[in-house]
Design a protein around this ligand. Sequence first.
Ligand SMILES: *[C@@H]1O[C@H](CO)[C@@H](O)[C@H](O)[C@H]1NC(C)=O
Length: 298
Amino acid sequence: MKLNSLLISLVSIASLVTAGFYDNTKSIYEVNPSNFDDVVLKTNHTTVVEFYAPWCKYCILMKGHYKRAARVASDYATFAAVNCDKDENKPLCAKYHIEGFPTVISFRPPKVNLDDYDEKKMKHAAEVYRGKREAKPLVEFLQGRIKNYVKRLNSLKLEKFLRVQDGQRDRVLLLTNKNSLSPVFKGLAIDYLGVYDFAYFHVNDDNRVLVSSKINVLDDNFDLPRIVLVTKDAIVLFHGDVKSKSSISEFLSGYKQPVEGEFSVKGKALKAINSGRAKNFRDYFKKQKKQQLVKDEL
Ligand SMILES: *[C@@H]1O[C@H](CO)[C@@H](O)[C@H](O)[C@H]1NC(C)=O
């Protein structure tokens, strides 16, 4: 073997040893003690964290499943991972009493009371996942652990919901023919917590005409599901893909800014952490400020 190629293979072996499983996975955060709290705890979303070691057989087996689960569920849950083989991460793995790999823990925030919000009271419930280490059961487990801020309306309440009074928050309404609520819509409600009030209404043959009479932009044979934004001045129909959280959020953020998610300030900071451009929130905002100063000077 030539010296050059020997060096290259040595370098790649070294990077295999130190690299995290999910370094290049957009929907999974490789976290460390400097950003764990920012990613996992400073949020109204439920987060799942896989504590792993790159050499462990069961971790290698789980890797693909974890990625698949993140691809399916990252609209409504945050996915993170901690490489417990790294020295800098060892205190974190000790703090959560990690004894075997992989250990998967969900961190569930308490329900926010919008009338009496106190961030200091935000204590997350940590729960070890004991199900099969496969994508589907993990996703189902998480769906059961996301907070629901979407109210179900009956016909009486629908009328009230469509009339925003002075001083009240604007509203987002999902019209659906399903009895269960999609987790994506629950995820949206968390991104816009305190910004919009969210509700859903179950449309059937008996109330279809009533609905289209209340929401005059719909005619009697409208498709379901539909999403409607209700402000004091107008009822606006969303025309994009109702399954895409990103498109719905883009539409909603055109009126009001979300607290979390990709169209929020926080979402941009998280993106920078995920891609390695910032170590944590503090570092991100420091860099932003510096950039702003440079811009101002030009
Ligand atoms: C949780 O939601 C409340 C209400 O909108 C908001 O004030 C708060 O900043 C959110 N918490 C986090 C950590 O984003």
